[in-house]
Ligand binder design. Structure first.
Ligand code: PEP
Length: 254
C-alpha cells in the first residue's frame, strides 16, 4: 500500500512574510487527512518561516532544488546538508523549469537526486515530455532516458527515499491536464522502467506523483488511477483551500 503524497511547489511566488500564514492555513485545512503525506516545497529563503510554522503539524517542508556538493564555491546554490540543517525533509529535483531555464540535464538531475537521497531527504525527481516530443512519438524514449540517466547508481535501498513526479511539460501551469488514462499510461511505463532498474518488488513500493494543472476539480479522477500515488502541485498550492481540496481527494482515494 503506497501512502498518497501531495506536495506543493511554490516556485518563486510566496514571500517570507507570507509563508507562515499559508503553512498554517494548509495545516488547519488538512488536519483530518492523516492518511496523506502533505508537503510544501518553498523557495529556500522561505524555509525558516515554513519550518517554524509547520512545527507540531503534519505538514512537511522541502526545497525546490539542491546541489550535489556538500559545500564550496557554487554561488546561488544550496547543499543538501544546509537543507537538512534548516529542518527540511523533502526536495524536488529536475523540475522542467530548471531544465528549461537553468541548464539542468539528466546528468545533473542524477547528481542532485543521489545527493538528496544520501542526505536522507525524500527526493521528488521530476520527469516529463514536452508537447513537441509527445507529438513526434518520442514519449517512451524521453521517459526511459530521463529515468535511466536520472536514476543511474540509485539502488533498490535508495528507493525508500525516492518519489518520481511525472509532469508532462505541456500541462504545467497551462490549465491543460493529461487525461487520467494518458497519465496512467505513462505512470505504468515509469513503474515498468523502474522495475528494470531496481527490481519489480521495489518498483511497486515507489510512489509516482502526477503534476500538471492538478486542482480540486480533477484530482479525484487522476488519483483513482492504479499507478497515480499523489500529486505535485504548482498554482493550486498557493491557496490553502485549493490545496486542501486536492488533499481531500487523495484521502478519499486511499
Ligand atoms: C509544477 O510546477 O510542478 C506544476 C505541476 O504546476 P501547475 O500545478 O501550476 O501546473
Amino acid at each position: 500500500m503506497r501512502k498518497k503524497i501531495i506536495a506543493g511547489n511554490w516556485k518563486m511566488n510566496i514571500k517570507p512574510s507570507e509563508t507562515a500564514a499559508l503553512i498554517k492555513a494548509v495545516a488547519e485545512a488538512t488536519k483530518d487527512y492523516s492518511n496523506v503525506e502533505i508537503v510544501c516545497c518553498t523557495p529556500a529563503i522561505d524555509v525558516p518561516a515554513a519550518v517554524e510554522a509547520a512545527k507540531g503539524t503534519a505538514v512537511g517542508v522541502g526545497t525546490e532544488n539542491c546541489h550535489w556538493k556538500e559545500s564550496g564555491a557554487y554561488t546561488g546554490e544550496i547543499s543538501t546538508g544546509m537543507i537538512v540543517d534548516a529542518g527540511c525533509k523533502y526536495v524536488i529535483t529536475g523540475h522542467s523549469e530548471r531544465r528549461q531555464y537553468f541548464g539542468e540535464t539528466d546528468e545533473t538531475v542524477n547528481l542532485r537526486t543521489r545527493a538528496a537521497i544520501a542526505a536522507g531527504l525524500t527526493c521528488m525527481m521530476c520527469i516529463g515530455e514536452t508537447l513537441e516530443e509527445r507529438e513526434a512519438g518520442k514519449l517512451v524514449e524521453v521517459i526511459e532516458r530521463q529515468m535511466n540517466v536520472g536514476l543511474k547508481d540509485v539502488t533498490a535501498a535508495d528507493c525508500a527515499k525516492l518519489v518520481i513526479a511525472y509532469e508532462p511539460v505541456w500541462a504545467i501551469g497551462t490549465g491543460k491536464t493529461a487525461t487520467p488514462d494518458q497519465a496512467q499510461e505513462v505512470h505504468a511505463l515509469i513503474r515498468a522502467t523502474l522495475a528494470k532498474l531496481v527490481g519489480a518488488e521495489t518498483a511497486e513500493t515507489v510512489r509516482i506523483q502526477y503534476g500538471g494543472s492538478m486542482k480540486p476539480g480533477n484530482a479525484a479522477e487522476l488519483l483513482a488511477k492504479k499507478d497515480i500515488d499523489g500529486g505535485l502541485i504548482g498554482g493550486a498550492a498557493l491557496k490553502a483551500a485549493d490545496f486542501a481540496g486536492i488533499i481531500a481527494a487523495a484521502a478519499a482515494a486511499n
